[in-house]
Design a protein around this ligand. Sequence first.
Ligand code: IPE
Ligand code: IPE
Ligand code: MG
Length: 261
Amino acid sequence: MTLNTEQNNALPDSTIPAATKIPEHVAIIMDGNGRWAENRGSPRITGHKAGVETVRGVIQACAEKGVKVLTLFAFSSENWRRPKQEVSLLMALFLAALQREVKKLHKNGVQLRIIGDVSAFNEKIQTQIKKSEELTKNNTKLVLNIAANYGGQWDITEAVKSLAKQVKSGDLEAEDITADLISQNLSMNDLPEPDLFIRTGGEQRISNFLIWQLAYSELYFTDTLWPDFDRQAFEAALTSFSGRQRRFGHTGEQIEKMKNA
Ligand code: IPE
Ligand code: IPE
Ligand code: MG
């Protein structure tokens, strides 16, 4: 049998090297720092520190692979429930990481944004956040969202409040509220929704992360603890993503037709 060019063009997606389908937006729950440290008989903060190194590697990998948006869950609105000492060490680490990394991020074309209710942080952290966002705001290589004091329920509540105010002032009719309008009032409303969601650390839950924006994301769970989530582990997640067919409610056959159209 001879294979002409026309048949070549019609080859199914699976024959294209896996790594060619790169997600535009990757969102990650970086979990397992505490257990990583406990496994070594070290204090939990050691795991959080090691986790910062992993963040560096993943940012670099995203930039190299052509991922345009990376969203990292650093501190949830529920993490205040942890022992006081762990919370204050996490705050100190967050501030130090911002101070230390922002220049390098800027040099590498990374636009840094913090999503979440930052008003709960101390003044020093809030000032550093403003400075970092201002410095990097025109960068286009990669948008890095750090979710800090973030909760998906908080995000939706804020959107609802803002829409309710518009209804009250007469600028909006309640009947005109659509899913799109809610999306437009959420964090990251100017960015594409996550294509790929990763949670490390073995738990299979969302933990009040991006509950609205993950509606159609591909979910990837791994037992690897965050400090061990190296380049190879990240690439395994990308490979898993590239082998999936996203249907958005259509049938598989419809998707194939659209691709070949
Ligand atoms: C994730 O690691 C980091 C934060 C929540 C700040 P954990 O601290 O939750 O690690 P485990 O789940 O206890 O191992
Ligand atoms: C989610 O991890 C929050 C972050 C990674 C920042 P947790 O470890 O706090 O989640 P739960 O409490 O086990 O669900
Ligand atoms: Mg955890």
